[in-house]
Structures are given as structure tokens and as C-alpha cells.
Design a protein around this ligand. Structure first.
Ligand code: ADP
Ligand code: MG
Length: 232
């Protein structure tokens, strides 16, 4: 039996712009199982980043609930949320967000050092991950000395460093050419299967999303019901 890892129940988010209530998310229901990989596809402004931020506890829904293994994120203190993120979540962004003054190996080791691992443990794990993402010979390179695709591989390795239950990726291939984007997506699929890490991958690119096992469409802040076989 598949068990639910993250659940969105009637999640809404609105902003007051001074005159209007801008409803960015409206009644979003989603259930992600342990180890599942889900793509959320929608055009720019459809609410993808807002939804992902809510899922990662970086933003709060205005209505509805988000549950992690049955626990309502809204009931946690900021400290509990921060600990939860460090322990159980990894993040990948469109722009890699790597630390420019550190090399690839040090960037991957950083979350491990922060969570209290020794320098040698962190180095060992970072080396393994770097190898796994195909960059064994790039450990000493700083982000500026890596290609866009290589930077995203490092960012993915860093997101996986703490062996999280869930990786949230916001347009991880948005800055890459088609072929590199395809390779980076393929890598995330492989890592999902190998490590059993669940992934939520947000993209505006229908073509990229179709290569993934499960997709939902977000349209003006609402999940669009999927008709079998119909790719919109
Ligand atoms: P996407 O990631 O799909 O492009 P976003 O979630 O970033 O969409 O944004 C959805 C909508 O919400 C946009 O119209 C955006 O302008 C609006 N929005 C996002 N964050 C804020 C905010 N902090 N205040 C007001 N409006 C916001
Ligand atoms: Mg976005």
C-alpha cells in the first residue's frame, strides 16, 4: 500500500493588492506518495512557485491544509519547520543558488556540515554524490567554472545530501537548453528510483513534463482535472 507523504487539502492562497483579493491558489488538492515523482505543469503566473513554497513550509496557505505524513504544517513553530526542512526536504531552483565562493564538493557538503556531520563524513558523502551525478572530476570547480547543466547536477546532489524524503524543484531546467534539460530531468528520474526520494518538479514546459511518470496541470491556481490520455 502506498502511503501519503505530502497532502494538499483545499489549499488556497490570496494576496491583497490594495484594491483586490488576488487568488493565486484556489482549492488545490494533491496527494504525493512516499517515493513518488510528480510534475506540476502550468504557464507563467499560474501559481506553481507559490504552491511549491507552501508545500515546503516557506509560505503559508490562506486556506486549507498541507500535511506531511499526516501532520499539519500550520501547527508547527518556525523552529520546527526549519528543522523539518533541514532533515526531510531538499530544494532545487531554476538558478542553482550554489555558493559562488565554494567549489562543487564544498557546496554539496554544506548541508551535511550544517546538520552536524564531521568534515570527513561530509566529504565522503559529497564525493559519492558528485560521482553519482556524473561530476567526479569537477569537485574542485567553483560554480562559475561549471556549465549550466553541471551546476544543476551539483544543486541536485546538494538537495539529496541529507537523504531527504522529498525534493521540491522549481523550474530546475528553466535555464537550460533542450538536450541538457532532458538529461537533468532523466537524472532526477533515476535518483528518484534509486534512492526512493519523492520529487515534486514544477515546470512550464509541457514537453519536459510529458517524459515524467505523472503530471498535473495548474491553471490560474487550480488543478485541472486530467482526462486519460489527453495531453493539453
Ligand atoms: P508561477 O511560478 O507559476 O509563475 P507564481 O506562484 O510565482 O507563479 O505567481 C502566481 C501569481 O501570484 C502571479 O500573478 C504573481 O504575481 C502573484 N504573486 C506571487 N507572489 C506574490 C506576492 N508575494 N504578493 C502578491 N502577488 C504575488
Ligand atoms: Mg515560478
Amino acid at each position: 500500500m502506498a502511503t501519503e507523504l505530502l497532502t494538499c487539502e483545499q489549499v488556497g492562497k490570496s494576496y491583497w493588492d490594495g484594491n483586490h483579493n488576488l487568488e493565486v491558489l484556489q482549492g488545490v488538492n494533491l496527494a504525493l506518495n512516499e517515493g513518488q515523482l510528480l510534475a506540476i505543469v502550468g504557464s507563467s503566473g499560474s501559481g506553481k512557485s507559490t504552491l511549491l513554497h507552501c508545500m515546503g513550509g516557506l509560505d503559508k496557505p490562506s486556506t486549507g491544509q498541507i500535511l506531511f505524513r499526516g501532520n499539519d504544517l500550520a501547527k508547527w513553530s518556525p523552529r520546527m519547520l526549519a528543522d523539518w526542512r533541514n532533515q526531510h526536504l531538499g530544494f532545487v531552483y531554476q538558478f542553482h543558488h550554489l555558493l559562488p565562493e565554494f567549489n562543487a564538493l564544498e557546496n554539496i557538503a554544506m548541508p551535511l556540515l550544517i546538520s552536524g556531520q564531521s568534515a570527513s563524513q561530509a566529504r565522503q558523502r559529497a564525493t559519492q554524490l558528485l560521482q553519482r551525478v556524473g561530476l567526479a572530476d569537477r569537485g574542485q570547480h567553483r560554480p562559475a567554472e561549471l556549465s549550466g547543466g553541471e551546476r544543476q547536477r551539483v544543486a541536485i546532489a546538494r538537495a539529496l545530501a541529507n537523504n531527504p524524503a522529498l525534493v521540491l524543484a522549481d523550474e530546475p531546467t528553466g535555464n537550460l537548453d533542450d538536450e541538457t534539460a532532458r538529461q537533468v530531468m532523466a537524472l532526477m528520474l533515476e535518483l528518484n528510483r534509486e534512492f526512493g526520494t519523492a520529487f515534486v518538479i514544477v515546470t512550464h514546459d509541457q514537453k519536459i513534463a510529458r517524459a515524467l511518470p505523472k503530471q498535473v496541470q495548474l491553471h490560474h491556481g487550480k488543478i485541472v482535472p486530467q482526462t486519460a490520455g489527453a495531453a493539453k
